[in-house]
Design a protein around this ligand. Sequence first.
Ligand code: GSH
Length: 238
Amino acid sequence: MSSSPPYNKLSYYTFGTPNGLKPALILEELGLKYDSHQVNIMKNEQKEPWFLDINPNGRIPALKDGDLRVFESGAIMLYLTDMYDKEKKFTYEYGTDLYYEMLSWVMFQMGGIGPMQGQANHFRLMAPVYDTYGMKRYIDETKRLISVLEIRLSKADWLAGDKYTIADMASWAWVKGAPSVDIDMSEFPGVERWIKRIAERPATEKAKTATGALPDDKMKEMFDGMKAKMDAKKDEAK
Ligand SMILES: N[C@@H](CCC(=O)N[C@@H](CS)C(=O)NCC(=O)O)C(=O)O
């Protein structure tokens, strides 16, 4: 084995969540060979010592390439394109204007959409109490971030330059789920078109399967049930 990556021995640790889906999208778009491991976060497997050796933060996703570990979904996507997308099909040449435009959108997702929509999900779907303030704060901020995507996607097909890149994959994995926190996507027609465009790619379907995510209709059913339970908590509090 050579002493610097790539090692062509990829193992991906994931679960059927938006962060788990992001790197699966690029793995599948690049047609890479990898072992996929489900880490069941409902059973707290992400906190087990064997997994903390791969991701000390105890969260999915994580990647191993031989003995090398990479954690944080954004870092994994960058690693995969750096090492395995030599033709720059889903990234741009390092050091170019477009590379930094793409990186900016990746970071926008990592620092904005992911954490904010994650909190919106928490307050709308699973908090132990009905918290109007928390719910409104994070749903409003998620909407604001989606409106930033809309500025770009109302006049372009893709976030960075003229091709589908990891910047689109990162945000798509989250934003497609915004209706589950009651966000009306018809307010964002450019984003809606982009969601559909990415959903129709064959690699997208393969990636969803690789993470073990529920089919879309089952996922909607599950979220509708969670919302109904949360709404009942509001009525109980009255
Ligand atoms: N910033 C991290 C976030 C990872 C994350 O929040 N993963 C969630 C699933 S989407 C998780 O593992 N949750 C279980 C836990 O927090 O213990 C990344 O992008 O990889």
